[in-house]
Design a protein around this ligand. Structure first.
Ligand code: FAD
Length: 288
């Protein structure tokens, strides 16, 4: 089996304790020579400065590419572009450009009066600067705001046409979700890379809640599998094997890069990477 390349999403810390966890995560995963670390932007832009600082420090200390997330929520066009410029000044030249979720748990996204109205406008503005690698979100199980899967795919096409270089997907639980989506995107004329987002499950209850919120399909067998694993105190083993199996099936289908949602907990991600053959040695020989 081919060894995939990997990348890792982390979130910015809000306390000293969390800062150590982020540091431990970076230390544990950097030796796997990821293509990049990505740093999230808190809902509603709440971690604007923390995202900047975490992305800048990771870039400076690890010497690896860092992709900073940026959303359109709660900020004017000028403020959003100012954040982008500050990323660039700190050496962060890759951005994950997103619309973001509605503020305060609202159902519908309402743009800031002077802000970008959607992700396409943000991508166009960033592309005009011509100094960032632009990544965007993609939704194999369909985004809840999309009127149909066709619209979901067409919207991703618009984001690529606006200047995106690569898409990172929302997480999904079964390989078919991604493979079907990849086929639909190819049929729509999308030729740029679409990298599957992988969630190693550290807590099934919260992963399930999160999946419900973002429209990820939850296979019925997973509830039963986690119920049994919890009873036998083997949830970690179940998560490692399920995630490894998901990744292996994707790699067998020609996927050559995986993006892991680490939640700043590196152990499971590292174990899955190891099972896939992603070790410091192989990655170094890949680079050579
Ligand atoms: P878009 O792709 O722009 O829109 C989502 C869907 O809505 C589209 O598929 C389309 O069908 C429909 N739609 C939207 N606008 C229009 C329109 N004008 N016309 C027609 N259809 C439209 N959130 C954060 O707050 N911070 C983060 O750091 C963060 N990181 C993320 C990273 C990844 C890889 C992913 C996949 C998601 C992330 N999110 C994050 C969540 C994201 O903000 C939400 O999923 C949000 O609801 C959609 O953002 P988007 O840019 O992907 O949406």
């Amino acid at each position: 089996m081919t060894t995939p390349t990997v990348s890792f999403e982390v979130f910015p810390p809000k306390s000293i304790d969390a800062a150590f966890k982020l540091w431990d995560t970076a230390q544990a995963l950097a030796p796997l020579a990821p293509r990049f670390f990505s740093v999230t932007y808190g809902a509603g832009g709440t971690t604007r400065d923390l995202t900047h600082d975490a992305a800048a420090v990771l870039h400076r200390t690890l010497g690896l590419p860092v992709s900073a997330h940026l959303t359109c929520v709660g900020a004017s066009v000028a403020e959003t572009m100012d954040v982008a410029e500050k990323f660039h000044a700190a050496g962060v030249t890759e951005i994950v450009a997103l619309r973001g979720d509605p503020e305060g748990g609202a159902d519908k996204f309402t743009p800031h009066a002077d802000g970008f109205k959607n992700s396409v406008e943000l991508i166009e503005a960033l592309a005009l600067l011509d100094k960032f690698t632009i990544r965007v979100g993609a939704y194999p199980d369909c985004h809840p705001d999309a009127v149909s899967q066709h619209a979901n795919v067409q919207y991703l096409k618009r984001k690529f046409d606006a200047g995106a270089d690569e898409a990172l997907t929302q997480f999904f639980f079964e390989p078919e979700s991604f493979l079907r989506f990849r086929d639909q995107c190819a049929a729509a004329g999308i030729t740029k890379p679409i990298i599957p987002g992988i969630l190693p499950i550290t807590n099934w209850t919260s992963a399930r809640k999160f999946a419900e919120r973002c429209g990820t399909k939850i296979p019925a067998w997973m509830d039963e599998a986690y119920r049994a694993a919890e009873r036998d105190n083997r949830t970690e083993l179940l998560s490692t094997s399920l995630c490894t199996e998901l990744c292996s099936e994707l790699v067998a289908e020609g996927v050559d890069s995986l993006h892991f949602y680490t939640l700043n907990r590196p152990e499971l991600t590292r174990d899955v990477c190891r099972a896939l053959g992603v070790t410091p040695q192989t990655q170094m020989s890949n680079v050579a």
